[in-house]
Ligand binder design. Structure first.
Ligand code: SF4
Ligand code: SF4
Length: 374
């Protein structure tokens, strides 16, 4: 399986389009899409963040793809379901996708308000936007970031946005930790594999540290493309400095695509390439420790390894964290009062950290957690 990687330092639409066109040609994409007319582009539009925050897929990347698809006579749909209860119109406006949809007269689809199809995979029931099934093919355009709960997000996790609105929070409620939520992502991928999906990941500006929304923007200067979202992620996570085999959902999805790490083909110059000093090192140590420890040690470890969300002075009292918390652990006692967390109810899913549009939720850590996750 080929993973195409290009060094692209800035958002230059011409260079991006050239990379996309070359990757598509090498993968015979146009041949595979010959009977497909309506193509759904699924970017990562997590919240109402400007493109400069490096949290959402950059509009220049989407513009290049729209032009390329139009060149090949395709009808383009753009759609997503942002995280939490952030108003969708604000997300469309802030991320630049509204302007883009207007400029190119593309349908802009809010997955939170359309019909859904319910599908069971194993013992997990999924509600997926009906647009996913109506489109003839899907092109996922994820963002290259660290993730506080899942460690890494790129192509596979981008598909989680196919689940409408607050239904996403329900899965966090019933599958709150990394291991159980990895099963959710892998099961969802198994469903998504029924459709034709091509993946790009925008790593021109990505994120390190406490991603997916409160980390530090970093100019990785890289774009990725592949016919396999799982293969793309395995390679991209490795280049971030992770051992991808220890990130459960990456290991599971690569297996679903019937691939081994040795089946992944990249140009020679990327084979052993790792971005220097990405802020994931602590997390990486933690994953290794948990993978190798017996259950009793893991349990003792969890008693001293503690992390929980708290608020800082950036809070604008918008209430998005309150309405997005899957277990209603956050309260605002009256008008103008700051939010308060009931830590007995909190399941540490970090949804509040992910959806706060003002970076007002940070992760408080015990000494050991501070040491492991810098
Ligand atoms: S922490 Fe404050 S600003 Fe952030 S979502 Fe909650 S209420 Fe809004
Ligand atoms: S307070 Fe935050 S971390 Fe805790 S359950 Fe609610 S959303 Fe999740």
């Amino acid at each position: 399986m080929k993973i195409h990687i290009a060094q692209i330092k800035e958002y230059d639409s011409i260079v991006i389009r050239q990379f996309m066109a070359e990757a598509a040609d090498k993968d015979d994409l146009w041949q595979q899409l010959q009977d497909c007319h309506n193509i759904l582009i699924k970017p990562n539009l997590l919240g109402p963040y400007p493109p400069s925050a490096a949290i959402t897929t950059h509009p220049a990347v989407l513009e290049s793809l729209i032009l390329l698809l139009r060149e090949h006579g395709k009808e383009v749909w753009l759609g997503d379901s942002p995280g939490g209860t952030n108003p969708v119109n604000r997300v469309w406006q802030a991320t630049g996708i509204k302007d883009l949809a207007e400029k190119y007269s593309c349908q802009l689809l809010n997955f939170s308000s359309g019909n859904v199809r319910i599908i069971k995979q194993g013992n997990i029931e999924f509600s997926l936007t009906d647009y996913f099934w109506q489109a003839d093919a899907i092109i996922s355009v994820g963002k290259y970031k660290t993730h506080s709960l899942m460690y890494y997000t790129g192509a596979v996790k981008n598909l989680y946005g196919l689940i409408p609105g607050l239904k996403k929070s329900d899965y966090h409620k019933y599958y709150p930790d990394n291991a159980s939520f990895s099963r959710v992502l892998a099961s969802l991928y198994e469903i998504c594999r029924q459709r034709f999906i091509y993946s790009f990941v925008d790593g021109i500006w990505g994120m390190e540290g406490e991603g997916p929304s409160a980390g530090i923007p970093r100019n990785f200067g890289t774009m990725f493309a592949s016919l396999s979202a799982a293969a793309l992620d395995w390679t991209a996570a490795r280049m971030m400095g992770y051992d991808p085999g220890r990130i459960s959902y990456l290991a599971a999805t690569l297996q679903m695509d019937d691939l081994q790490p040795s089946d992944l083909e990249v140009e020679d110059k990327w084979r052993d390439f790792i971005f220097p000093d990405v802020k994931i090192k602590g997390i990486s140590r933690l994953i290794k420790f948990l993978a190798h420890s017996p259950a009793f040690l893991k349990n003792s470890f969890r008693r001293i390894y503690r992390y929980y969300p708290d608020f800082n002075e950036n809070c604008k009292l918008c209430g998005v964290c309150v309405t997005s918390c899957p277990v209603q652990a956050i309260r605002m006692e009256g008008t103008g009062s700051t939010p308060v967390i009931d830590y007995k109810t909190c399941i540490k899913c970090l949804c509040c950290h992910e959806v706060c549009p003002y970076h007002a939720v940070y992760i408080k850590k015990s000494l050991l957690a501070k040491f492991l996750i810098k």
